[in-house]
Structures are given as C-alpha cells and as structure tokens.
Design a protein around this ligand. Structure first.
Ligand SMILES: O=C(O)[C@]1(O)C[C@H](CCCOc2ccccc2)[C@@H](O)[C@H](O)C1
Length: 151
C-alpha cells in the first residue's frame, strides 16, 4: 500500500466552500485537508498537500515529489483543461496519480470535457463532490505499491 501521498489542489480551490456551493458544495479546503490528514494517519500513510493558484509553483512541487511520494492525488482546477506543462511534469516524475474533480466536468461546459492529464492517470474521479478525495486516498492505499527508495 502507498506509504506517502501528496494532495495537490490547483487554482481557485482555496475558495472551496465560500463560492459556488451549488457546484462545489459547502465544505472548505481546510476541511478537505483535515479529513485527508486523518484518513492517511489512520492508514499510517505520510500525507502532504499544496494548493496554489500558480502553475509554476505546482510544477515545482511535483518535481520535489520525485523519489519521495508514492502517489499524487491532484485536482488541477482549470489547469486540467489548459496545462501541457503540468502534464509534462507529472509524467516526467513517474509517480502514479489520481485525477480528482469535485464536479462532473462532463455535465458542464464543453471546454471542461477535455483533460490534459486523464489519459495518464491511474484513475479519474469526478462528480462525487469532495468525497472524490476520500475515494482517491482509499484507492491509493489499496492499490499503489510503495516505491523502493533510491539508495
Ligand atoms: O470540479 C472540479 O473539481 C474542477 O477541477 C474545479 C475547477 C475550478 C476550481 C474551483 O474553483 C472555484 C471557484 C469558486 C468557488 C469554489 C471553487 C474547474 O475549473 C474544473 O473545470 C473542475
């Protein structure tokens, strides 16, 4: 089972729970982080997380995860639909990842129907609300083997 999980949230997800609750619900990002922290602790999985509105900050964090994290759980936000750079970074570090979207992007505007990440993801979760994060962690805890640490 995974020993270390990094949760990445992209732009505007810092507004979770405060804006557009009809789409994204009323749970805040700190609530999501707290629940994920507890879920990972209950499974003895090391947990780290980042939220940024800046593409390069997310890319730098993905690079830092190489050799340290067994699985990335990422909600790229709107970068899902625009960022070849984040795709290149996450493929480049060779870490299995799960893509999470709170809303069902396939029921929304056409521009949200394409992801630059989904074809490389181990799994894609969308439309489950913030439960998608819990589901992704549970999946990773059962299915992702820890990487042998580089000597
Ligand atoms: O459904 C998702 O999780 C999304 O990744 C959320 C993104 C938006 C990030 C959240 O933006 C907020 C804006 C206002 C209030 C709360 C969140 C959106 O651009 C994607 O198409 C789907």
């Amino acid at each position: 089972m995974a020993k270390s999980i990094l949760l990445i949230n992209g732009p505007n997800l810092n507004l979770l729970g405060a804006r557009e609750p009809s789409i994204y619900g009323s749970t805040t990002l700190p609530d999501v982080i707290h629940a994920a922290t507890q879920q990972c602790a209950s499974k003895s999985i090391a947990f780290s997380h980042i939220q940024s509105n800046h593409e390069g900050v997310l890319i730098d964090r993905i690079h830092e995860a190489r050799g340290d994290v067994d699985c990335i759980i990422i909600n790229p936000g709107a970068f899902t639909h625009t960022s070849v750079a984040i795709r290149d970074a996450i493929v480049g570090v060779d870490i299995p990842f799960v893509e999470v979207h709170i809303s069902n992007v396939h029921k929304r505007e056409a521009f949200r129907h394409h992801s630059y990440l989904s074809d490389k993801a181990e799994a894609v979760v969308c439309g489950l609300g913030v439960f998608g994060y819990e589901a992704a962690i549970e999946w990773a805890s059962r299915n992702v083997k820890p990487k042998e640490k580089a000597q």
